[in-house]
Design a protein around this ligand. Sequence first.
Ligand code: FES
Length: 171
Amino acid sequence: MADKHSSVSLEKIEGPIVFSAEELAIGEQYKSRYPETKAALMRTLWLAQKKWGWLSQEVQEYIAELLGLSSAHVKGVASFYTMYYKKPMGKYHVQVCTNISCMLCGGEELYEHFKQRFGIGHNQVTTDKRFSLEEVECMGACGYAPMMAINEDYYEHLTIDSADAIVNALP
Ligand code: FES
């Protein structure tokens, strides 16, 4: 999905941008599964995001060098998919779907509720860095609308009260 609201962060990642030996081995496994190295890019970017939390310019360049791909190609993939963060997000990244099924079942109201509750808008982060919020397109759970995802966990058939209870229970 193209991100119509994307922005680039100038924040730097602290520390060296290098995968550990274990992560490099995982990356090699990815590469071995595909006939072309290029096909391993998305999984490798995901591995990088899991490690550093987001994909800075430096991280994207590291991945390009690691896979022998052009920086432009890596940047193109990283910027096209909204699941790759181009700036640091909160500890809990709350993604609320407002696409058609969710919209018809209250997804927009849910998104507006979290905007008010967190005091932030799309792809913004609370000042304590605990939450970030993203209005997302269909996440493939239309039959369970409305839904949200917090980091990689899906929550479905939500009401504002049940969504609040989920957020309140986060450690
Ligand atoms: S429309 Fe919301 S998950 Fe598909």
